[in-house]
Write a protein that binds this ligand. Structure first.
Ligand code: SAH
Length: 230
């Protein structure tokens, strides 16, 4: 069965966007995953199809209304997939979480805008709040695309060589070793000779060492996380 995605957004034209290209585009055509995009505006109130209101208690911007979102969810989502609300207040997305979703039946995503959405609808549907990093986007659509791109490449039969998803950065809690390809000599810099030696054991050792030292230098937090797990 295809991995099922429902998206609720105020900008339905943004989808499938780049998800129509490359690996995810091919997988979409092959029915490995499918996408239903729903326009929140259809559930807006009154002649202007209003979807938002001023924040209770004052402050700048607008907040998406709970009743509008509730009706949109009831009208559009016909399965029990988990609902994600992308938000800078959520838990930061990790490869572990991406893997978890790739093993599920699919996902529903609510894209916020303006100042966000009414807290009561997050609680009513027990939404999973996920952040894609410590910075503010203007809407959840780009976060949804980053998330979907990362999940779709892990679905069965999307990447030809499954091994490449096993050895890449984060899969074993470390950053990936540096990669090289032809030509052997570029700007007077040669590919490390060990990689051309054909000695697979020595290559593996070199890569493990490179991974470890790069992770220590750039992401010491990943090393302590790894230690906690052992
Ligand atoms: N006022 C909110 C930010 C709203 S940004 C706050 O300070 O928490 C508008 C919308 O963009 C949000 O509803 C959310 O869906 C999305 N968004 C912004 N930054 C994001 C991030 N880092 N990760 C995931 N979604 C984000």
């Amino acid at each position: 069965m295809a991995w099922n995605v429902d998206i609720l957004t105020l900008y339905p034209d943004m989808f499938p966007g780049h998800l129509d290209k490359s690996l995810s585009g091919k997988a979409l055509k092959q029915d490995i995953w499918n996408l239903k995009v729903h326009d929140i505006r259809n559930y807006g109130k009154g002649t202007h199809k209003t979807v938002d209101g001023k924040p209770a208690g004052g402050g700048p911007g607008m907040v998406l209304r709970a009743d509008v979102l509730d009706e949109a969810i009831k009208g559009c989502i016909k399965n029990n997939n988990r609902i994600i609300y992308f938000s800078p207040k959520g838990k930061q997305l990790t490869q572990e979480k991406v893997k978890e979703f790739s093993l599920s039946n699919g996902v529903s995503i609510l894209c916020g805008h303006f100042e966000g959405i009414d807290q009561r609808v997050i609680e009513k549907y027990d939404m999973e709040e996920i952040s894609i990093g410590d910075y503010i986007l203007s809407g959840g659509e780009i976060a949804a695309m980053a998330f979907l791109d990362s999940v779709i490449r892990l679905l069965p039969n999307v990447i030809g060589n499954n091994e490449s998803t096993i050895v890449e950065s984060f899969s074993d809690g470390l950053l990936e070793y540096p990669q090289f390809t032809k030509p052997n000599d570029f700007d007077n810099k040669e590919i490390p000779s060990i990689l051309l030696s054909g000695d697979h054991k020595a290559i593996e050792e070199w890569r493990t060492n490179e991974s470890l030292s790069l992770t220590k230098k750039r992401r010491p937090d990943l090393i302590s996380k790894k230690k906690d797990k052992i």
